[in-house]
Design a protein around this ligand. Structure first.
Ligand code: PEP
Ligand code: MG
Length: 600
């Protein structure tokens, strides 16, 4: 019988296939008492399992493909940290010694204790780390029950005997480490019972571009092995045992989407020019040097944002030195073959930690509201040697092509002055040591309302500005961008946000300085016309969004939107205003349409 499940849409697209269930080893753990004489051997069994899991996780880290999302390695570190944490394996040993539980029972008993503590945590990010802990325990129990060398549930799942049918994965939860093993196209999509939008699994799914629904609660219990399943990653819906008519309908939607993607891919070599002849730059946001290939394939005319902090993660506390950074930047600059490369100095802090932290440290960090703390440029200025090292690496990379240095989270002129001093000193150090370097342009991210409001005075020191709408929205509306409970208030259409964006673009234009948007708004087609109307001519986004935005640019009359701008940003509901203008333009009579059309 066909039925539907609802969850959170975390990664777009439609997947249709037969379900492969990854069993949760937590569900069927053997419970027995070990004899007094066997306690040491049982503790040793647990220790051996822990070492085997550590080897497994380290091997995954080592063998990670170059194109794997950067977050994965960080997540493996989190799992390793949990694995070695005394509150897990240390406490489980106590259960064995004191109560004579077998190792699997001891682990699941300790998991219960820790899970309750996680549930009581107020911080959503920390609460979601419970899933990481469960995944580590599952892995340990898996090793205990099958022996260190047997195939894991995931390995079983990777090579299921399904004939020719396409496959989708269904699980209570999937660890990011396991997700890595699914790369390569065995599964077309996945569904999990648990997980929020900020869970690590969701983050990784998005970066891997696989249709996915998380938080579908009972999915792994209600869906049976080999059931046909449709995963609608756009709507967050899972249809189990769909009727033939539903399968055909979804196939048709899927084909339409794929044809749409193929059609858009053909725009790759076309310049992005509006209908009224305005040339627009569509650039790419990247996290790793390996992302350059995707940027070029999408037709990016440059890198508008290289989030260099990803080079600083998963390092066991040791940061990349000047030469390593230089090699990374140089490879991007050379890979882009003469196109401009905007490298942002590290934006560390808030949700981007660079070193392993204990749960207590994490809680402390979060309680102190790290989004308002020592983050981004503030962090760099508090680590002057590290900052100069990064600046030297960037200057050296500039000897190979056009490099633009971008500073995140600038809010005060004092930060600008200190940065200019650091840059001058870095240049002098290269000069003194006789190493080659090139000229760079310097830009500021506008992510804090204060920066937008005083932009003219900032721009005396900068060659360009780049608007980080993700943070600009967060700081303008006082909404934590990672907090699901206030996600409904994270509103890019808020008139205050739009006014700050419009004002920033206008200030830069008046001063004849380049300005771009590199936050998510740039890659969201709902905002393309409006941003063009504001005078924006440079957009930077995830490479996969470039074709969609290019199509939108090609169909837009920027002058027409510029005329409507004042009424849009003064409106109570700018989103509705934009929709009504789009409908008006689309109307064959060119006149206003009825209200129902404007609400589309
Ligand atoms: C932004 O804030 O919009 C931005 C591009 O920076 P990040 O998302 O890395 O904070
Ligand atoms: Mg930002």
């Amino acid at each position: 019988m066909s039925f539907q499940l609802f969850g959170l849409p975390v990664s777009r697209g439609i997947a249709i296939g037969r379900a492969v269930l990854v069993a949760s080893s937590r569900l069927d753990v053997a419970h027995y008492y070990v004899a007094e004489d066997d306690v040491d051997a049982e503790v040793e069994r647990l220790r051996t399992a822990r070492n085997a899991v550590a080897r497994e996780l380290n091997a995954m880290k080592r063998d990670m493909p170059a194109e794997a999302p950067a977050e994965l390695s960080a997540l493996l570190d989190v799992h390793l940290m949990l694995l070695h944490d005394d509150t897990l394996t240390g406490a489980a040993k106590q259960w064995i010694r004191e109560r004579h539980y077998n190792a699997e029972w001891a682990l699941s008993a300790q998991l219960e204790v820790l899970a309750r503590q996680f549930d009581e945590m107020e911080d959503e990010y920390l609460r979601e780390r419970k899933a990481d802990l469960e995944q580590v325990v599952e892995r340990l129990i898996g090793v205990l029950t099958r022996g260190a060398d047997g195939p894991s549930a995931v390995e079983h799942a990777i090579a299921p005997d399904s004939g020719e049918d396409p496959l989708v994965l269904v699980a209570a939860d999937i660890s990011p480490a396991d997700m890595l093993q699914f790369k390569g196209g065995v599964f077309l999509g996945f569904v999990t019972d648990v997980g929020g939008k900020t869970s690590h699994t969701a983050i990784v799914a998005r970066s891997m571009d696989i249709p996915a629904v998380v938080g579908a609660r009972e999915a792994s219990r209600l869906i049976r092995q080999d059931d046909w399943v449709v995963i609608d990653g756009d709507a967050g819906v899972v249809i189990v045992d769909p009727t033939q008519a539903a399968i055909e309908e979804y196939h048709a939607i899927k084909r339409k989407r794929e044809a749409g993607r193929a059609r858009l891919a053909r725009l790759r070599h076309l310049p992005a020019v509006t209908r009224d002849g305005e040339r627009v730059e569509l650039q790419a946001n990247i996290e790793q040097p390996g992302d350059v290939a995707a940027a070029l394939a999408a037709g990016a005319v440059g890198i508008g944002l290289f989030r260099s902090e990803f080079l600083f993660m998963n390092r066991d506390g040791e940061l990349p030195g000047e030469d390593e950074q230089y090699e990374a930047y140089r490879s991007v600059v050379q890979g882009m073959r003469g196109r401009p490369v905007t490298i942002r100095t590290v934006d560390i802090g808030a949700d981007k930690e660079i070193e392993r932290m204990s749960a207590t440290e994490l809680r402390h960090e979060h309680a102190l509201n790290p989004a308002l703390g020592r983050r981004a440029i503030r962090w760099s200025l508090s680590e002057p040697a590290m900052f100069r090292q990064q600046l030297r690496a960037m200057l050296r990379a500039a000897a190979h092509g056009r490099v633009r240095i971008l500073l995140p989270m600038v809010s005060q002129l004092s930060e600008v002055r200190l940065t200019l001093e650091a840059l001058a000193r870095a240049r002098q150090q290269l000069e003194d040591s006789g190493r080659a370097y090139g000229a760079v342009e310097l830009g500021a991210m506008v992510e804090i309302p204060a920066a937008a409001l005083v932009l003219p005075s900032f721009l005396r020191y900068f060659d360009f500005a780049s608007i980080g709408t993700n943070d600009l929205i967060q700081y303008t509306l006082a909404i934590d961008r990672a907090d699901e409970t206030v996600a409904h208030l994270y509103n890019p259409w808020h008139p205050a946000v739009l006014q700050l964006v419009a004002q920033t673009i206008a200030s830069a234009a008046r001063l004849r300085k380049d300005v771009s948007v590199c936050g998510e708004m740039a890659g969201d087609p709902a905002f393309t016309e409006l941003l063009l109307g504001m005078g924006l001519r440079s957009f930077s986004m995830h490479p996969s969004q470039i074709p969609t935005i290019k199509e939108r640019v090609l169909g837009t009359d920027a002058g027409r939107w510029a005329k409507s701008l004042p009424e849009i940003i003064a409106a109570d509901d700018p989103e509705r205003e934009v929709a009504s203008i789009i409908a008006e333009i689309a109307s064959p009579r060119g006149g206003p349409l009825v209200a129902s059309a404007t609400a589309m």
